[in-house]
Design a protein around this ligand. Structure first.
Ligand code: PXG
Length: 288
C-alpha cells in the first residue's frame, strides 16, 4: 500500500511519524474519513470544509491548499488502485517538544491512507441494529467542542467500550443536559409521522456529512426535517430510528436498551432513504 506522507507517496513500511509529533503525544490534530464509490470521492468538498473548520478551531495551519489536498487524495487513491473504499485524511500538529505548546511545532504533518474500512455486517442493514444508551456523556462543548473532528476520540471510545461490553456495536451518547447528542461514530435520526428529527449540532452532534446528505434527500422526497432537542423518551416513542455515518451510510435501529423502536423492524422511511442514498453514492463525487 502507498501512503501519502508530507508531499510524497511512500510504501506503508516507510510511512512513519515521529514520537515527538503532538498528534501522538497529545491527540493534537484533526482528521476526516471519506468514502470512495465507483472511482469517485464522495462529498470531498464538504469533508474539506469540515477539515479546515476543525483546523481553524484549534489554530492549526494546514500546509496544503484545498486544491493540493484534493490532488493528494486523488493521487493516493490512484496509486493504490482504489475504486471503492475509504480515505483517512489526517493533519497532525507536527513535531515539537515535550510540553503542550503547539506554537513550538513549526510544521503540521499531513498523511492520507486510501484503503478499506471495517463496515457493519450486511445483516445489520437487513435486520437492524440494537443500541444501548452509554453512561459516558458526550463531551461538554464548554470543555471541547464536539464539532471539532480531532484526533482525541477517547470520549467516544469510552462509550464504544460500553457498547461492546453490552454485546452490541453502537451506543447513544447523551449530553450533560440529558438530551441525545449522537452515537460514538454515527449521527442519530428519528422518524415520527412524516417528519425526520435529528439532534442539533448545539446538542453535541457532529455536523455529519452523511447527516447533511440525508436531510437534503429527505426534504427532496417531501418529508419535513427538524433539529429539536431529543430525549430518550422521544427515541422510545419514535416510529423509526436510524444512524448515519461515512462508514455506516444509513443503518436501521430496531431497539434501544432492550426496547423495540416502532415495529421492531427496519422502517419503510429508513429503507427508502437508504435506496436514495445508495443511488447518490453511485452517481456523484470527485472523479479519481
Ligand atoms: N459522529 C461522530 C462522533 C463521528 O465520528 C459521525 C458522527 C458521522 O459523520 P459523517 O461525516 O461520517 O457522516 C462521525 C464520523 C471510524 C470512522 O474510523 C468514524 C467516522 C467516520 C468514518 C470512519 O471509526 N465518524
Amino acid at each position: 500500500m502507498q501512503i501519502y506522507l508530507d508531499g510524497k507517496l511512500v510504501p506503508e513500511s516507510e510511512a512513519k511519524i515521529s514520537v515527538f509529533d503532538h498528534g501522538v503525544l497529545y491527540g493534537d490534530g484533526v482528521f476526516e474519513g471519506i468514502r470512495v464509490y465507483h472511482g469517485r470521492i464522495f462529498k470531498l468538498a464538504e469533508h474539506l470544509d469540515r477539515l479546515f473548520a476543525s483546523a481553524r478551531a484549534i489554530m492549526l495551519t494546514i500546509p496544503l491548499s484545498r486544491e493540493e489536498l484534493t490532488r493528494a487524495c486523488r493521487e493516493t487513491c490512484a496509486a493504490n488502485g482504489l475504486r471503492d473504499g475509504y480515505i483517512r485524511l489526517v493533519v497532525t500538529r507536527g513535531v515539537g517538544y515535550l510540553g503542550l505548546n503547539p506554537f513550538k511545532c513549526p510544521k503540521a504533518s499531513v498523511f492520507i491512507i486510501a484503503s478499506t474500512i471495517e463496515l457493519y455486517p450486511e445483516a445489520v442493514y437487513r435486520e437492524g441494529l440494537k443500541l444501548i444508551t452509554a453512561a459516558t456523556q458526550r463531551i461538554n462543548p464548554a470543555a471541547l467542542s464536539p464539532s471539532i473532528k480531532s484526533l482525541n476520540y477517547l470520549n467516544n471510545i469510552l462509550a464504544k467500550i460500553e457498547a461492546v461490553n453490552a454485546g452490541t456495536v453502537e451506543a447513544i451518547m447523551l449530553n450533560s443536559d440529558g438530551y441525545v447528542a449522537e452515537c460514538t461514530g454515527d449521527n442519530l435520526f428519528l422518524v415520527r409521522g412524516n417528519r425526520l428529527e435529528t439532534p442539533p449540532v448545539s446538542a453535541g452532534a457532529l455536523n455529519g456529512i452523511t447527516r447533511g446528505v440525508v436531510m437534503e434527500l429527505a426534504r427532496g422526497m417531501g418529508w419535513a426535517v427538524a433539529e429539536p432537542n431529543l430525549t430518550r423518551y422521544d427515541v422510545m416513542t419514535a416510529d423509526e430510528c436510524f444512524l448515519t455515518g461515512t462508514a455506516a451510510e444509513i443503518v436501521p435501529v430496531v431497539s434501544v436498551d432492550g426496547r423495540a423502536i416502532g415495529s421492531g423492524r427496519p422502517g419503510a422511511v429508513t429503507l427508502q432513504l437508504t435506496d436514495a442514498f445508495r443511488k447518490l453514492t453511485q452517481t456523484t463525487g470527485t472523479v479519481i
